[in-house]
Design a protein around this ligand. Structure first.
Ligand code: COA
Length: 259
C-alpha cells in the first residue's frame, strides 16, 4: 500500500475501507492530495474492500481545489485531468463508495462527494460549486456529475450563481441522500458500509457498473449492458448461495462469500 501524508486509508475488520482527507484546516484539494486520492483508489482497486467511506473534517469536508495552485490555461491543463483521473478511479471502484459529509463540500469537495455513489450529510453540511465566483467553472466533474444527480436546470443554477445549499435543501434536490445529526454521521456511514460489505459483492459491482454505464448511453444500450451483467452474475458463487438460501430458508438469510 502506498504511504499517505495528506489522507489516511484505514482497512477495517468488517471489510470497510475508510478514506479520510487530512490536508490541514480546509482540506484543500492540492495536486499532492489529488495524487494521493488517485493512489488510494488504485490501492483499493488492487485489493477491493467490501465498501468504501470517504470523509473529511467535521467542519470542512473539503474546500475545493487549492486556489493558490491556480494560474492560467497551462496549469488548468494539468490540474483538470489530474482531478478527473483521481475522481474517476474512485468512482469506478466496483463497490459502493459513500461520502460522509460533515461540513463544507465546496468546489472540488462537492465534486469529490459527487464522484461517490451515495452521500450522507450531517445537518451542518453545505454543498456548492462556487467556482463561478472566482470567474472560472468546475473542473473536477461538477458540470457533469451534478447535472446527472440534480438535473440540468438545478445544476446550471448552482454552477452559474455559485449559491451554496445547506443539508436540508441538498436532501430535497437529491444532492444528499440522507441527512443525519452531526454526531451520528460517521456511525451511520460506517454501518451502511459494513452492511454492504457483507453482501453479494460481485453482484453489487455489476449493478453499480450497469447503472453508471447506462446513464452515459442510450436506454437500449443500457438494457443490453444489463443483460450481459445479469448473465454474468449467475456465474458467481453468491448467486448460487443466495438462490438456494431463499428456496430453503426464505428471503434475506443468505450468508455471502463475496465471490
Ligand atoms: N484553496 C486554497 N486555500 C483555501 C481554500 C482553497 N480552496 N479554501 C480556503 N482556503 C484558505 C483561506 O485562504 C484561508 O487561508 P489563510 O488562513 O492563510 O488566510 C484558510 O484556508 C481558511 O479559510 P477561511 O475562509 O478563513 O475559513 P472559513 O472557516 O471562514 O471558511 C470556507 C471556510 C471553506 C467556507 C471558505 O474558506 C471558502 O469558501 N473557501 C473557498 C471555497 C471555494 O471557492 N472553492 C472552490 C475552489 S475552485
Amino acid at each position: 500500500m502506498a504511504a499517505y501524508e495528506l489522507l489516511t486509508l484505514e482497512r477495517r475488520d468488517d471489510g470497510v475501507a475508510l478514506l479520510t482527507l487530512a490536508n490541514g484546516k480546509v482540506n484543500a484539494l492540492s495536486s499532492e492530495l489529488v495524487a494521493e486520492i488517485g493512489a488510494a483508489a488504485a490501492d483499493l482497486a488492487a485489493d477491493l474492500p467490501g465498501a468504501v467511506v470517504v470523509t473529511g473534517g467535521d467542519r470542512i469536508f473539503a474546500a475545493g481545489a487549492d486556489i493558490s495552485q491556480f494560474g492560467g490555461p497551462d496549469e488548468a491543463r494539468v490540474i483538470g485531468p489530474a482531478i478527473h483521473a483521481a475522481f474517476d478511479a474512485l468512482a469506478s471502484l466496483p463497490r459502493l463508495v459513500i461520502a460522509a459529509v460533515g461540513g463544507y463540500a465546496l468546489g472540488g469537495g462537492c465534486e469529490l462527494a459527487l464522484a461517490c455513489d451515495y452521500r450522507i450529510a450531517s445537518e451542518k453540511a453545505v454543498f456548492g460549486q462556487p467556482e463561478i465566483l472566482l470567474g472560472i467553472i468546475p473542473g473536477g466533474g461538477g458540470t457533469q456529475r451534478l447535472a446527472r444527480v440534480v438535473g440540468p436546470s438545478k445544476a446550471k443554477e448552482l454552477c452559474l450563481t455559485g449559491r451554496q445549499v445547506r443539508a436540508e435543501e441538498a436532501l430535497r434536490i437529491g444532492l444528499a441522500d440522507e441527512v443525519v445529526a452531526p454526531e451520528d454521521l460517521h456511525d451511520r456511514a460506517l454501518a451502511l458500509a459494513a452492511e454492504l460489505a457483507k453482501g453479494a459483492l460481485v453482484a453489487q459491482g455489476l449493478a453499480k457498473q450497469a447503472i453508471d454505464h447506462g446513464l452515459s448511453t442510450s436506454l437500449a444500450e443500457g438494457l443490453r449492458l444489463e443483460l450481459d451483467a445479469f448473465t454474468e452474475v449467475f456465474g458467481t458463487e453468491d448467486s448460487q448461495i443466495g438462490v438456494r438460501s431463499f428456496l430453503e430458508n426464505g428471503p434475506g438469510k443468505a450468508t455471502f462469500t463475496g465471490r
